[in-house]
Design a protein around this ligand. Structure first.
Ligand SMILES: *Cc1c(COP(=O)(O)O)cnc(C)c1O
Length: 380
């Protein structure tokens, strides 16, 4: 069994993907070919924002967005404690200080009350300038943008939506990657919309940010004179081949994958009801793109034993995430390590992510649930 079945997806989409790749090879436009522009227009249209700027990966997308906000030394950037490392790595890489904030115990996303407490605390301490909130759409579920947007306005902070896992998610009829002043996503192969290597994108309604981002993605080039570099940038482009692969994959995502993955997530939630685990909650008004289906095991359950039993039966599981951001070795001894995040610490001990993707079957869902249930029973 595959954790996320990219082989099956390729079998289904092989003809379209192969012919798209062949087009790129015969044109030899490997960098900034027309497929890149075509994809950017499609993505901006799908998400419902004015500009999409593709780039090399989701981590660069975050760094580029933070650069557009002028983030650097002396700035505090508020980041959920329960997320992938990039969300905290990027602000730290620019010299800013990530301030880790605990998450909501039900949605696993940034807790708005704790966010406001953390902002007020930084203001009262007087050492850092509150600058940016990075809200993460964890496991495919958009963060609580209704409240987070208000908090950002109240304190004059930029909002950066890290939609690396959120692409396709919905809140009140608005799509993920449209909620930030700038929003980002990743096309890492296992994400809701993935390419065949590294890739990423940045979304914004602002013409000024878009022009600046297009410049810093390509060595700080000038919009008018391509031989004039007007600022220090990066080399962060999406390869034409990756854009060409993403176009039919975006069609499949829109046509049936999003619906299919939701169907299998619902089956899980139905079948898991009675085996004593905590299942994901999708609050009303929200839809998830199910980057992960993550449950919590009962507190007295030995997770390592559950995983090894399931593995022995051929069922792969993963730990998203096993370590809070503030306890990551890179932050040891820094201000960022002094976070108070008991919810994240508890989640890191209890969570278990199950296989989920649009190419499952009802039988696979039942097999995963049956094996998980046996693993839990073995501990009684
Ligand atoms: C995957 C991920 C990233 C980084 O994306 P890459 O394309 O792998 O660089 C950033 N943030 C979150 C929340 C992610 O899950």
């Amino acid at each position: 069994m595959e954790f996320r079945d990219l082989k099956k997806q390729y079998e289904v989409l092989k003809n379209q993907i192969d012919s798209r790749i062949a087009d790129v090879c015969s044109s030899a436009c490997f960098i900034s070919g027309p497929q890149v522009k075509e994809l950017e227009i499609r993505l901006a249209d799908f998400v419902g924002v004015k500009h999409c700027i593709t780039c090399a990966n989701g981590t660069d997308a975050l760094t580029l967005a933070l650069m557009a906000f002028g983030t650097g030394n002396g700035d505090a950037v508020f980041v959920p404690d329960f997320t992938f490392f990039s969300s905290g790595e990027c602000p730290a890489g620019l010299g800013a200080t990530p301030v880790f904030v605990d998450v909501d115990p039900v949605t696993y996303n940034l807790d708005p009350d704790k966010l406001e407490d953390a902002i007020v605390n930084v203001i009262n301490e007087g050492n850092l300038t509150p600058k940016v909130v990075i809200a993460v759409d964890l496991f495919g579920l958009p963060a609580d943008y209704c409240r987070i947007t208000d908090i950002c306005r109240k304190y004059g902070l930029y909002l950066l939506e890290d939609g690396a896992q959120g692409f396709g998610g919905i809140l009140n009829n608005k799509k993920a990657c449209s909620f930030g002043d700038i929003s980002t996503t990743s096309f890492f192969p296992a994400k809701p919309l993935g390419c065949y290597g590294d890739g990423g994108a940045i979304f914004t309604d602002s013409d000024d940010y878009a022009a600046y981002l297009r410049s810093i993605c390509v060595h700080g080039k000038s919009g008018e004179d391509k031989y004039n570099n007007i600022r220090i940038g990066m080399n962060s482009r999406l390869d034409t081949i990756q854009a060409a692969i993403l176009i039919p994959k975006l069609d499949a995502f829109i046509d049936y994958e999003f619906e299919a993955v939701n169907k299998f997530a619902d089956m899980y939630s139905d079948e898991l009801k009675d085996i004593g685990v905590i299942i994901p909650v999708i609050p009303s008004g929200y839809s998830s793109s199910w980057a992960q289906y993550t449950i919590q095991l009962p507190g007295d359950c030995n997770r390592a034993e559950v995983q090894s039993y399931m593995k022995s039966k051929g069922v792969p599981t993963m730990l998203y995430y096993a370590k809070p951001m503030h306890l990551q070795g890179a932050f040891e001894g820094t201000y960022s390590s002094r976070a108070n995040c008991p919810v994240t610490e508890r989640l890191c001990n209890n969570v278990l992510s199950l296989p989920v993707h649009p190419y499952m079957t009802k039988e696979i869902v039942s097999e995963v649930v049956g094996t998980l249930s046996e693993a839990i029973d073995l501990q009684k």
